[in-house]
Design a protein around this ligand. Structure first.
Ligand SMILES: [Zn+2]
Length: 293
């Protein structure tokens, strides 16, 4: 089909050999991809639907052209909300097959806990680009551990059916969570509330009822973000899964040795952890650790 205007986009494409073919008044071919998207989404979701997603690179021309066609057909908006996510970069570079830094969700799930990966993505705003590094995933994994350790601190599994009692502080934290999510899915803000609740669940100066309710609210809100779906299995983990917590514990003893200027002990702990492939780094803000490559 001929263009009448240089800015017209393709509605019908001549098929190449091996491609699916349909008959049309303009000869054999197939719809252009802007058309394909509109037809498929309207068939399954209706003339107008709520949310249309896609990568930030699809805003123009793809989504612009989808919208133009749909509006021309029905006179209604195609979607109430258009949401565009930022790119995923790998170690500072765009993920691409040619750079060989390409992996699938399945690959990464074989290596890391699903909740750590979920946490990693939710810790940034969905519209921002996000940089994937092993360090950041391991950091996310430790953060998730932190939430679970708060559940352990209140013996969550034994008390989870008890009533959640909302006091003023918890009501305030819940509103903060909701306000964050209402603000174009500010999941980083919502996650900060989960940490605040984890802190309360571990806070020995609060009553047990207050600590338990904090934990119960953390699970209720975390569930909205897809956390804690497997809480039973996670909390009854075997010792092999405790390694991150054990390292934290050993490092806390080393910190005590450093506080009392027992440098010999502090160095010995660092060297011994080093032999196990665990690298400890000291900075004015405290000690961090990571697995050596
Ligand atoms: Zn599309």
């Amino acid at each position: 089909m001929l263009k009448r205007n240089p800015s017209d986009f393709t509605l019908w494409k001549k098929s190449k050999a091996g491609e699916p073919v349909w008959q049309s008044p303009w000869g054999e071919g197939r719809p252009g991809w802007h058309t394909e998207c509109v037809v498929m989404s309207q068939k399954y979701l209706g003339e107008s639907f709520d949310i249309h997603g896609g990568g930030i690179d699809l805003v123009f021309p793809h989504h612009e052209n989808e919208l133009a066609q749909a509006t021309a057909i029905s006179g209604k908006p195609l979607a109430n909300y258009w949401m565009h996510n930022g790119f995923l970069n790998i170690d500072g570079e765009k993920m691409s097959k040619s750079l060989k830094n390409f992996f699938t969700a399945r690959d990464i799930l074989a290596e890391y806990d699903a909740e750590a990966i979920r946490f990693f993505f939710l810790s940034k705003h969905y519209r921002s680009p996000i940089d994937f590094t092993r360090e950041l995933i391991e950091e996310a994994d430790r953060a998730v551990h932190n939430l679970y350790s708060a559940l352990k601190a209140v013996d969550y599994l034994a008390h989870r059916s008890e009533a959640l009692e909302m006091d003023e502080v918890l009501t305030g934290l819940e509103s903060e969570f909701v306000a964050g999510m209402d603000d174009d899915f500010n999941t980083a803000k919502a996650i900060a509330v989960l940490f605040e609740l984890a802190k309360r669940a571990r806070n020995a100066t609060l009553s047990y009822a207050e600590r338990l309710s904090s934990a119960l609210l953390m699970v209720k809100l975390g569930d909205i973000l897809g956390f804690f779906s497997n809480v039973e299995a996670k909390l009854s983990r075997k010792i092999v899964d405790l390694s991150a917590e054990l390292v934290e514990l050993i490092i806390s003893y080393r910190n005590k040795a450093r506080e009392s200027k027992d440098w010999a002990m502090s160095d010995q702990i660092r060297n011994d952890l080093g032999k196990l492939g665990i690298e400890v780094k000291d900075s004015p803000g405290g000690s961090t650790w990571s697995m050596k490559e």
